[in-house]
Design a protein around this ligand. Sequence first.
Ligand code: RB5
Length: 157
Amino acid sequence: MVMNMGKIKKLAFGTDHTAVEIRERVKEYLQNMQYEVEDFGFCGNESCDYPDYAIKVAEAVVSKRADKGILICGTGIGMSIAANKVKGAIAAICWNEDTAKLAAEHNCADIICLGSRNATISEVCHRIKIFLETSFEKRHMKRILKIKEIEEMQCKR
Ligand code: RB5
């Protein structure tokens, strides 16, 4: 068993129907690392709408019910667009190990978005592991604050 020794304990997890084959294996992988995984539902083989899951996961993260979020759709694109509509959420689509690391380290992302159609199960799991184990580097904070300013300005419009 691989222990998760970091501060992140609780994960919010959501997928659409494209992840039917991999979702249980991803959850199992995370639970084996001692993460507590809250699964925000599933539509089985039925076609469903990724924004329905993106909002639940993003709201769980923003409200601090979860420490980080994981979203999987076909490409990761729809989930990232939808999750970023929730005020305070920073969702990043990560298409390789490097972007998974940089999303946490430079962009302070709290939600990783992945594509079930463009990655293997082991690539998905590995990217999530890297994302969860990488800390934000404070030197990038001024850029994050500028993003927050944009968000505040948009909310007032
Ligand atoms: C569903 O077919 C697909 O559009 C969805 O999973 C996602 O890739 C959208 O970005």
